[in-house]
Design a protein around this ligand. Structure first.
Ligand SMILES: [Zn+2]
Length: 323
């Protein structure tokens, strides 16, 4: 098993990241958050950090955040694109614009692809992770009913898009997300065909309820644009037993493979706090046959007050699971 870490703090975090400590602990890959609004003004700092980490031997995966908030697990992450392009945002089932661009809007797609080409060109990474590409969903309302989505739905189903989220609409949303990932992967491939693309579907321990468009992992794994999945284990939010949740998610990922054998990484919340059970969870993932665990994130793990005391234990556990 390989162990990676997510660096989510943006450019301000980079000066605090101790790369030699990460090497010493046994971490092999960095998943570096790359914010839309920061890339406007701090692309050079971002590039310099990625360069030094790659030179130190880490595998680097870029995780774009913001960017019209289509790839955006955290509503708090700002997007200048969303603030300035209201007309390209998703429209929910009550007719309101949501704070999320529409992945079917051709102007947004063009802007997104152009930004990803620039990012791929500037940052010398090994791959990209598309973090929760999704349609808006909240308590009974859903998106998107913009003119492009309605037109595409009609072309696919031969009837007007209904007001309820029926199975045809769900299938249309899933297909739209796959097409969005395809165009994102094509954008970075045009810069370097070796760049891999991973998708982190909206976290769930129950894939029967697809609210955001990424519930069918088979569809994602079948896509030639997707080289693997990253599955976040929401055990704390769901008050589930973490070892059990890791096993279930890993099994679900394996079951999603129809004719593929693509890696399904597991993402785990990481901190030295005993209640986060990082070492026990790493061992459980190893036992379950997981090929890579990514701990999230650097700040909660290594900048926490008790990090110094925890590091030797973490190093010992990682050496045990990476053998
Ligand atoms: Zn739309």
């Amino acid at each position: 098993m390989e162990v990676g870490i997510c660096i989510a703090g943006g450019v301000n975090e980079f000066s605090h990241v101790d790369l030699s400590l990460l090497t010493e602990v046994g971490i092999g890959s960095l998943f570096v958050g790359c914010y839309e609004n920061e890339m406007r003004w701090h692309a050079e700092e971002q590039a310099a950090f990625v360069r030094s980490a790659a030179a130190a031997g880490f595998e680097i995966c870029v995780v774009p955040w913001g960017y019209g908030k289509v790839v955006d697990p955290d509503p708090a992450i700002e997007s200048l694109y969303v603030d300035t392009n209201r007309g390209q945002l998703q429209i929910d089932s009550r007719g309101r614009r949501c704070a999320k661009a529409c992945p079917n809007n051709p102007r947004f797609l063009e802007w997104f692809a152009s930004n990803m080409r620039t990012t791929a060109w500037m940052l010398d990474a090994h791959g990209f992770l598309w973090d929760e590409p999704s349609f808006y969903f909240s308590r009974g309302t859903w998106a998107c009913r913009c003119e492009y989505c309605k037109r595409l739905f009609y072309a696919a189903e031969n009837y007007q898009m209904p007001h309820e989220l029926n199975e045809h609409v769900r299938a249309f949303r899933r297909f739209s997300i796959v097409m969005f990932v395809l165009s994102a992967a094509a954008a970075v491939h045009s810069v370097d065909p070796r760049l891999y693309s991973l998708v982190l579907p909206s976290p769930t321990l129950d894939t029967s309820q697809d609210h955001k468009g990424t519930g069918d992992w088979s569809l994602l794994l079948d896509s030639p644009a997707v080289d693997g999945l990253a599955l976040y284990v929401p055990w704390q939010e769901r008050q589930a037993d973490p070892a059990q949740a890791v096993r279930e998610l890993h099994a679900l990922g394996s079951r999603g493979q129809r004719n593929t054998n693509k890696p399904c990484h597991i993402w785990l919340p990481g901190s030295p706090r005993p209640q986060d059970r990082v070492t026990a969870n790493l061992l459980a993932a190893h036992e379950a046959g997981v090929s890579r665990v990514v701990l999230t994130d650097y700040s909660t793990m290594f900048r926490a007050p008790s990090a110094d005391r925890f590091v030797p234990l973490l190093r010992e556990t990682i050496s045990q699971v990476t053998q």
